[in-house]
Design a protein around this ligand. Structure first.
Ligand code: AKG
Length: 190
């Protein structure tokens, strides 16, 4: 399925079964969240992000955003399997994945776009969601118009470079009690 608007092209589909939480449970057991990866710098101040994150990828790959550099830990067999399933579904290869873990409804990511220079522009950013359904909101940089899309367990969502250049996205706080959601965003880093 597609969500489309002016310079917005988002594709989403079910990669894994909606009601099977085995991958979610395995990720919860295996992924580690280092203290150093929970900090960003905004206007010179050190700030703790309102969620947890962790990065894995090919040897030597690093991702820099909000003035911090996150080095990739080596792929685990489980992350390699999910990466390969994403490649099978999309035809694109990825050398990096950023994991975000939202513990409950109070955790979120504010509006931003993933337009860092080192992200390959010809390869879409793909997210795979596990656990609690959370909405992603897209906001047009010029008009302020918004679109909302629920990301449920097993959903794959792909967002091309033009979308990232023209629309912000966010995972807002939830309005009711929510359990853990994990998102894996696969990127090709140059
Ligand atoms: O949790 C999500 O699906 C979104 C994560 C995100 O915005 C990002 O990694 O840039």
């Amino acid at each position: 399925m597609f969500l489309e608007d002016d310079k917005l092209k988002v594709e989403y589909k079910q990669l894994y079964p909606l009601f099977d939480n085995r991958l979610f449970r395995q990720l919860e057991r295996e992924i580690t969240y280092e203290e150093r990866d929970q900090i960003i710098k905004i206007f010179g101040r050190t700030v703790r992000i309102p969620r947890n994150q962790s990065a894995y990828g090919d040897f030597g790959v690093k991702y820099t955003y909000s003035n911090v550099t996150i080095p990739a830990k080596p792929w685990t067999p489980l992350l390699e399997k999910i990466r390969d399933d994403v490649t099978h579904m999309t035809g694109h290869t990825y050398n990096f994945v950023l994991l975000n873990r939202y513990n409950d409804e109070s955790q979120y990511v504010s509006f931003h776009c993933d337009d860092e220079r080192e992200i390959a522009t010809d390869v879409p950013i793909v997210s795979v969601s596990f656990g609690q359904t959370r909405n992603i909101v897209f906001k047009c940089k010029t008009s302020g118009k918004t679109h909302e899309l629920p990301l449920s367990n097993g959903t794959l969502m792909s967002m091309d470079h033009e979308t990232n250049q023209n629309w912000y996205h966010s995972i807002p706080k939830g309005k009711f009690r929510m359990s853990v959601r994990l998102s894996l965003t696969f990127r090709k880093i140059n």
